[in-house]
Write a protein that binds this ligand. Structure first.
Ligand code: DGT
Ligand code: MG
Ligand code: MG
Ligand code: MG
Ligand code: MG
Length: 264
């Protein structure tokens, strides 16, 4: 860089490296998706294609950055987990959050026609991003439990709400009336309404809606053609999986111990 009389301005920049040896979570959230989902006529309460599009964007981020070990998405948000040894962008916060958010938004736009072939994109999607450092594995587990509990609570509410609002037996019913009915119900009450009045067993609804989506790498045996011999060879490759598993209990983490393993 040319050392001019102007170069001193560089010294005004802030050192924003995130604390070393800590877990990093970067969470993106769609800006004004209440409006965006309406403008693009997303299915209520869940638009499977829109959620698949979010997951495709997350996959592209995982493909680009080996340091990211897991992504978890629900609604218009996506969280990315990086381990304590991650040195991506020298852990500079602004570089990390701005790059991931802009790549995600660009992918969302780029992949839109593939996932929403019958809907014209009306406005550019925008995502905010924040980075949070977590010192312990328990904090990380609790972070994902928090997001998945949020997914569950919102989905149970929204499923009951829209089922009642769109009920053909009650065409006169307003959203305000349904809000008033649901105000005094707990989770069991909403399950009960769905089951007894609509024959809907909440537990049988798609797991992507109830649990959110989790993407991570697994070592998988892949048959490839050897470049030297031309023979088929079996190699262990990282393959990105998308699952809709429970993240609150131990089973998922016990089944995939590499995700929370810290490299020395
Ligand atoms: P923000 O994040 O403060 O800029 O504001 P919003 O409007 O993005 O609010 P947020 O992120 O708290 O809530 C997400 C909104 O996106 C919420 O109004 C529901 C909507 N949304 C997300 N996924 C779907 C979907 O699959 N179908 C429908 N119909 N709406 C969805
Ligand atoms: Mg918000
Ligand atoms: Mg939002
Ligand atoms: Mg949101
Ligand atoms: Mg540059």
């Amino acid at each position: 860089m040319a050392c001019t009389q102007y170069a001193y301005v560089k010294s005004f920049e802030r050192d924003d490296r995130l604390l070393p040896n800590t877990w990093l979570v970067v969470r993106l959230d769609g800006q004004a998706f209440h409006q965006f989902s309406k403008a693009h006529q997303f299915a209520k309460p869940n638009d499977a294609a829109a959620l698949d599009l979010m997951n495709a964007c997350a996959r592209s981020i995982l493909q680009s950055y080996q340091d990211i070990v897991l992504a978890y998405g629900e609604s218009d948000e996506m969280s990315f987990l990086l381990p304590p040894h991650a040195q991506i962008f020298r852990r500079r916060e602004a570089k990390l959050v701005s790059t991931i958010a802009s790549q995600f938004a660009a992918q969302y736009t780029f992949l839109w026609p593939q996932y929403m072939p019958n809907t014209t994109l009306q406005s550019p999607p925008v995502f905010d991003a924040r980075a949070v450092v977590y010192p312990t594995v328990q904090n990380v587990r609790d972070y994902f439990a928090w997001r998945q509990a949020d997914c569950h609570i919102n989905n149970l509410y929204n499923t009951t709400f829209w089922t009642m609002v769109l009920d053909p037996k009650h065409p006169e019913r307003t959203t305000r009336e349904v809000e008033a009915i649901l105000k005094d119900t707990n989770a069991a009450g909403k399950n009960e309404i769905l089951f007894t009045q609509y024959d809907i067993n909440y537990a049988h609804l798609p797991a992507m809606f109830r649990k959110g989506s989790t993407l991570f790498r697994t070592k998988t045996a892949v048959t490839e053609t050897s470049r030297t011999t031309g023979e088929p060879v079996v190699r262990q490759r990282d393959v990105i999986q998308t699952t809709y598993d429970d993240l609150i209990g131990d089973a998922f983490w016990d089944a995939h111990p590499a995700i929370l393993t810290v490299q020395a």
